[in-house]
Design a binder for this molecule. Structure first.
Ligand code: IPM
Ligand code: MG
Length: 355
């Protein structure tokens, strides 16, 4: 199989983790006889420094014409003073919107040998295995924003807009995914306060009879935040809107011990998907070989699986990750003060395990 992958290293630790991911894909290609062609392009702060904008047209064109996009991370203190639309993050949001990737899947799995790496008790986190389905191209992130001078000083507005169609398609995806797993869907909203959440809940109820094999539970987002640390094993698939999904997925990441382990896939209706670790640019450790590449490797597995239909290859990557962890190899973020290996060394371990 031949595939064209656009790699967007971005900022901070992005170049280190995507660099290792490209080498891993090379190893996958060798072992299974595929040809992956890579095209590198700029996004985020790196693009701002070179072109003045966070998502150059050239980058967007390359992404739209690709089979899949692999992204490292965007953002950093150097660009924090820029106005909203010129920030590195705006480039990522624009890319998500342009690719139409409305569904962001964030699997939260605790690797057995790492149960002790979480700040939560091992007996609470052992066996945790759920997926957050986050709506990615609507809501507060994309509604009109305004800042004006009012009677009492500055006034600001962020608008939360959702259409029935946007809510229905993401909820359907949640139901479908639950059907392939343990058949439990938790829909998270704030229906006691927000009109958008009331529509969300209505639509979830309306769809439920079409999925009689799936048990639907509604949770208010504040309660969901509490349940995630109280008893995370209760979850199978969580579906929620953009902002709630952003917040809950960082919280959920800590169940696994490190945000450096968690991948994501952003999918739309047929075009190239966007695959990225959820950890962000971590400017404090950038360029030191301290970053954990496993989240990006797991994102590569999602790319192979959802993007290219290469389930066997994806499973081989996941197995290689699991093997290296069970052999005791750790990057600093999961070493709990013990001996740690570098980003590159971790990359090499996983490539060897794959071969
Ligand atoms: C994420 C990130 C992004 C988001 C930022 C970088 C815009 O936090 O992917 O979770 O809020 O979606
Ligand atoms: Mg986030």
């Amino acid at each position: 199989m031949e595939k064209r992958i656009v790699v967007l290293p971005g900022d901070g630790i992005g170049p280190e983790v995507t660099g290792e991911a490209v080498r891993l894909l090379g190893a996958v290609g060798e072992r299974f006889g595929h040809r992956f062609e890579f095209q590198f392009a700029k996004i985020g702060g790196a693009a701002i420094d070179e072109t003045g904008v966070p998502l150059p047209d050239e980058t967007l064109r390359a992404c739209l014409a690709s089979d899949a996009v692999l992204l490292g991370a965007v953002g950093g203190p150097r660009w924090d003073r820029l106005p909203g639309p010129q920030r590195p993050e705006a480039g990522l949001l624009k890319l998500r919107k342009a690719l139409g990737v409305y569904a962001n899947l964030r699997p939260i799995t605790v690797h057995a040998p790492l149960a002790g790496a979480s700040t939560l008790k091992p007996e609470v986190v052992e066996g945790v295995d759920f997926v957050i389905v986050r709506e990615l191209t609507g809501g507060l992130y994309f509604g009109a924003k305004e800042r004006r001078q009012g009677e009492h000083g500055v006034e600001v507005t962020d608008t939360l807009v959702y259409t029935e169609q946007e809510v229905e398609r993401i909820l359907r995806l949640g139901f479908e995914l639950a059907r392939q797993r343990r058949r439990h869907l938790t829909s998270v909203d704030k229906a006691n306060v927000l009109e958008s959440s009331r529509l969300w809940r209505e639509i979830a109820e309306r769809l439920a009879p079409e999925y009689p094999d799936v048990t639907l539970t509604h949770l208010l987002v504040d309660n969901a935040a509490m349940q995630l640390v109280k008893n995370p094993r209760q979850f199978d698939v969580i579906v929620t809107e953009n902002m709630f999904g952003d917040i809950l997925s960082d919280e959920a990441a800590m169940i696994t011990g490190s945000i450096g382990l968690l991948p994501s896939a952003s999918l739309g209706s047929g075009g190239p998907g966007l695959y990225e670790p959820i950890h962000g640019s971590a400017p404090d450790i950038a360029g030191q070989g301290l970053a954990n590449p496993l989240a990006t490797f797991a994102s590569v597995a999602m790319m192979l699986d959802y993007g290219f239909g290469l389930a066997e290859e994806a499973a081989a990557v996941r197995r290689a990750i699991a093997e290296v962890l069970s052999e005791g190899w750790r990057t600093a973020d999961i070493a709990a003060g013990g001996p740690a290996i570098s980003t590159e060394q971790m990359g090499e371990k996983v490539r060897n395990a794959l071969r």
